[in-house]
Write a protein that binds this ligand. Structure first.
Ligand SMILES: NC(=O)c1ccc[n+]([C@@H]2O[C@H](COP(=O)([O-])OP(=O)(O)OC[C@H]3O[C@@H](n4cnc5c(N)ncnc54)[C@H](O)[C@@H]3O)[C@@H](O)[C@H]2O)c1
Length: 285
């Protein structure tokens, strides 16, 4: 219950999904949290729910001045900053490389990569004042292979992984650890929000995501749906002193989604492939 006792954290994208799950866990573990997001109503609800332990700050992470003000808010409201969880995000531009535009590319990088760099930039002076702390960046399994997200999103998340490594190298002597989490398929609003942004109506977006979530436990070797709490638990480890010798890493929290292709872990898929091969052999003979 006290793994984050006396710690002060900033969490971006705090109003929903992974960010929200992490606010809840950090508060339960004794932290005070600046919950940063663009969703004001949800953010204010959160502040009311955790009166005194959570302060909501309107922060659009694509705006440098908002990021700077958010870090300052940790100092002004709670007296300092120990932990930054750079987590806000969305699916970004759906374009392929063949129909990419400069605007779509820059928008996605601004939301997913520049925001993380600037988050660190403005958090560091406050974390140094506390003689060190922890920065956790949300990357994605899309950083690691093709087929997990649009190309701009995947490239931005790969950037987050490397940004994490290099920042960890630069900040170790200041006792600031920097690590990244690569979530797999996690049940959050991100999918419906992406569909709405692409023009799908509310009813259809709800129906499609419901279908996706019903199949979710079957998406990876571990047969359970990925939930925000699964990522929050890893974030808690990185945020707490238990990870005091861990920096510059990225870890998949994905139920094994990235261990290999489906036939490497799903016996039904192995049988299906065997049967197809046998059929093809029969047809030839
Ligand atoms: N859900 C998944 O399967 C999954 C997988 C891999 C990575 N991720 C990453 O996890 C992070 C959190 O996403 P989630 O799945 O919890 O989605 P979510 O939609 O539930 O939450 C994202 C939050 O970020 C906020 N946000 C979006 N744009 C913002 C901006 N410009 N400024 C400030 N806040 C902004 C949203 O308002 C929302 O509250 C994202 O970085 C996402 O890329 C999610």
């Amino acid at each position: 219950m006290d793994r984050l006792k006396d710690k002060i954290a900033v969490i971006t994208g705090a109003a929903s999904g992974i960010g929200l799950g992490t606010v809840e866990l950090f508060v339960a573990e004794g932290a005070k949290v600046i919950a940063a997001d663009v969703q004001d109503d949800k953010g204010k609800d959160l502040e009311r729910r955790f009166n005194g332990q959570v302060k909501f700050v309107h922060c659009d992470v694509t705006k440098e001045e908002d990021i700077q003000a958010t870090m300052q808010a940790a100092k002004d409201n709670f007296g300092g900053l120990d932990i930054l969880f750079n987590n806000a995000g969305a699916g970004g531009a759906p374009n392929t490389i063949e129909d990419m535009t400069g605007e779509a590319w820059d928008r996605t990088m601004g939301l997913l990569l520049r925001s993380v760099a600037l988050g660190m930039r403005y958090a560091i002076p406050f974390i140094k004042e506390r003689d060190g702390g922890s920065i956790i960046n949300t990357a994605s399994v899309a950083a690691l292979s093709a087929g997990m997200g649009p190309i701009a999103y995947s490239t931005a998340k790969a950037g987050v992984v490397h940004l994490t490594t290099v920042a960890a190298a630069q900040l170790g002597r200041s006792k600031i650890r920097v690590n990244a989490i690569c979530p797999g398929f996690i049940r959050t609003e991100i999918f419906a929000a992406g569909m709405r942004a692409a023009g799908m109506n509310e009813q259809m977006a709800t129906m499609v995501t419901k279908g996706m979530f019903e199949q979710q436990a079957d998406a990876q070797p571990i047969p359970k749906p990925g939930l925000p709490e699964d990522i929050a638990n890893m974030c808690l480890f990185f945020a707490s002193d238990e990870s005091k010798f861990v920096t510059g890493t990225h870890i998949q929290v994905d139920g094994g989604l990235t261990v290999g292709p489906r036939h490497s872990w799903d016996p039904e898929e192995q049988q299906r492939r065997m049967a197809m091969r046998a059929q093809a052999m029969q047809a030839k003979s």
